[in-house]
Design a protein around this ligand. Sequence first.
Ligand SMILES: NC(=O)C1=CN([C@@H]2O[C@H](COP(=O)(O)OP(=O)(O)OC[C@H]3O[C@@H](n4cnc5c(N)ncnc54)[C@H](O)[C@@H]3O)[C@@H](O)[C@H]2O)C=CC1
Ligand SMILES: O=C(O)C(=O)CO
Length: 328
Amino acid sequence: MSRERLSVVVTRRLPEAVETRLSELFDVRLRDDDTPMTRSELVEAVQDVDVLVPTVTDQIDAGLIGQAGERLRLIANYGAGVDHIDVATARSRGVLVSNTPGVLTDDTADMTMGLILSVTRRLPEGMAIMQKGDWDGWAPTAFLGGRLGGRRLGILGMGRIGQAVARRAAAFGMQVHYHNRRRLRAETERELEATYWESLDQMVARMDILSVHCPSTPSTFHLMNARRLKLMKPTGVIVNTSRGEVIDENALTRMIRNGEIAGAGLDVYEHGTDVNPRLRELPNVVLLPHMGSATVEGRIEMGEKVIINIKTFEDGHRPPDQVVPAML
Ligand SMILES: NC(=O)C1=CN([C@@H]2O[C@H](COP(=O)(O)OP(=O)(O)OC[C@H]3O[C@@H](n4cnc5c(N)ncnc54)[C@H](O)[C@@H]3O)[C@@H](O)[C@H]2O)C=CC1
Ligand SMILES: O=C(O)C(=O)CO
């Protein structure tokens, strides 16, 4: 006798191959248009469903989880970061949470290197001149940037993406330093040729480039606050492909305007799409629309992870990528 299929609701359009596979395996409700669900649509969505598949643009907070129907048992996030989900409340209600780590590590690390190069070698300025048709030929002193080789890169949050950035940076001849909640094993540290700093303040003060890779949690909120940003060298550059909330965006904007920090490369913002307009005016700041994991391959593999998490749960086991409050 065939068992009843799990009912699954997906909040955003996903790659076609992922939607097709989800439809084959589950009783799935897909989204018609590619806008985030409104709050009332989200509340409606969690009423009579076993599994919710949200993503970073949805607020799955205590209020929403509290309004969910009894049937909801799994929140299978499409994405690695889970700062938009109240994991503790979900757990207290017996709702499991899973995410999709690992498959977007290399893509996000590649984009981090792209941002580092864009800021230090002034790629957007060069592109703008070419687009305007204003280029009047090579000049010995035009568009000079800084060489990456030999520079000190400080990685804040040496997890999957931080370590992938460390490997790339080493290939560019950079000296890798890091601060992490926990020190890496000696073997991994040796393999990465990375120097550990117990004191974030001390590391920040000595780096040429600081790259942020810790998740957004209560303990990382404004970890790079005005006081710490002030510790950076005036020639220092900060890059963030993690979450905007880790940096005080207003303080960063002010300090770049004042010449206290040399530049920034940002993929994520403290207030989502509401980017500080002053940040947009700065020539030494490169801004991307949260596209760190945006490869065709990565987005399909994220979907495959979601499916494996749901399927494993359906088979009576814990999802392989289960997130519990103690991990955050
Ligand atoms: N821009 C984009 O498109 C993407 C952004 N992300 C973001 O990147 C974050 C990191 O992803 P992964 O490397 O896969 O996560 P991970 O869990 O492997 O690594 C995070 C690291 O940060 C460290 N950490 C946590 N709190 C800390 C603190 N207070 N101080 C110092 N270190 C701390 C952890 O110990 C861990 O080593 C995600 O949480 C997500 O927010 C992830 C994928 C794509
Ligand atoms: O997975 C995440 O956390 C993202 O930010 C989008 O890929």
